[in-house]
Design a protein around this ligand. Structure first.
Ligand code: ADP
Ligand code: MG
Length: 256
């Protein structure tokens, strides 16, 4: 294992105790992600993508196997090491945008001025300058998701896990936020694991896409997205882009 490994998953298998009995959700998952890599996770609905992400976040303990982040076992949530942004961003409704972003920093005991400065800078980064004192109900879906992304970044975790963070958004917002995410990723060199069912999104954003089979989720293939960055319109319109997208789709299609 090289020193550059940020995430390492070994022999991971997971069973849920479902009402009908044990349900095998993930089987023999093993992969590692070097520091700074942007990895996509795709696969048919119900194949265990969210489960795997929750395990990487320390929110669910796998039945078997081992996960380490930066060489340390993941056994419980560690928001300063591993940030998470989920599809349905759960902002605290009684707190403003700024307070929602600040909140995790408060838990960490950072001084008020420092945490508010950091939160405001992040809101600015996701295009929400001027909206700091708005409450979630005063924000559009896209804006709330931006707040959740700012919150995910605010502790500056080296690893960021995102579970279909843009899925509920319209296409324009999705593309804008995707570009913002890439800008932040590029500036701060996070290691990102990004679950999506958008194949264009996966090819557009990622360095590599891990394709999972239908349940129980197993790794079918890891596809290197060796396209130049930035992924301009020319890159997106290229034959190589289309072929990568096709390759992923051909793997998933037969799994549905
Ligand atoms: P995905 O995110 O790929 O759609 P999930 O990880 O949400 O898949 O779910 C994988 C499988 O595990 C599904 O069949 C789902 O119904 C099941 N599952 C998820 N969470 C639980 C749970 N807490 N208890 C029982 N079964 C679960
Ligand atoms: Mg899911």
């Amino acid at each position: 294992m090289s020193d550059n490994t940020e995430i390492k998953v070994e022999g991971l298998t997971h069973r849920y105790d479902a009402r009908e009995g044990p349900l095998l959700a993930l089987k023999d998952i093993a992969f590692s992600v070097p520091r700074g890599r942007f990895v996509g996770l795709v696969g048919p609905s119900g194949c265990g993508k969210s489960s795997l992400l929750m395990m990487l976040a320390g929110l669910v303990v796998p039945s078997e196997g081992r996960i380490t982040v930066a060489g340390q076992p993941v056994t419980a949530p560690a928001p300063d090491r591993i940030g998470v942004v989920f599809q349905e961003s759960s902002l605290l409704p009684w707190r403003t945008a700024l307070e929602n972003v600040v909140f995790p920093l408060k838990l960490r005991g950072l001084p008020k001025a420092e945490r508010e400065g950091r939160a405001a800078a992040l809101l600015d980064l996701v295009g929400l300058r001027g909206f700091e004192s708005r409450y979630p109900h005063e924000l559009s879906g896209g804006m709330k998701q931006r707040v959740a992304i700012a919150r995910g970044f605010c502790q500056d975790p080296p690893v960021l896990l995102m579970d279909e963070p843009f899925a509920a958004l319209d296409e324009q917002t999705r593309m804008t936020l995707g570009d913002e995410l890439l800008r932040i990723w590029d500036a701060h060199r996070k290691t990102v694991v990004f679950v999506t069912h958008g194949l264009t999104e996966a090819v557009y954003l990622c360095d590599e896409v891990i394709v999972l089979s239908g349940r129980p989720g197993q790794i079918l293939e890891r596809i290197e997205i060796d396209l130049p960055r930035p992924r301009t319109w020319e890159v997106m319109a290229s034959e190589a882009f289309g072929q990568l997208r096709e390759r992923i789709w051909s793997l998933i299609r037969v799994q549905q």
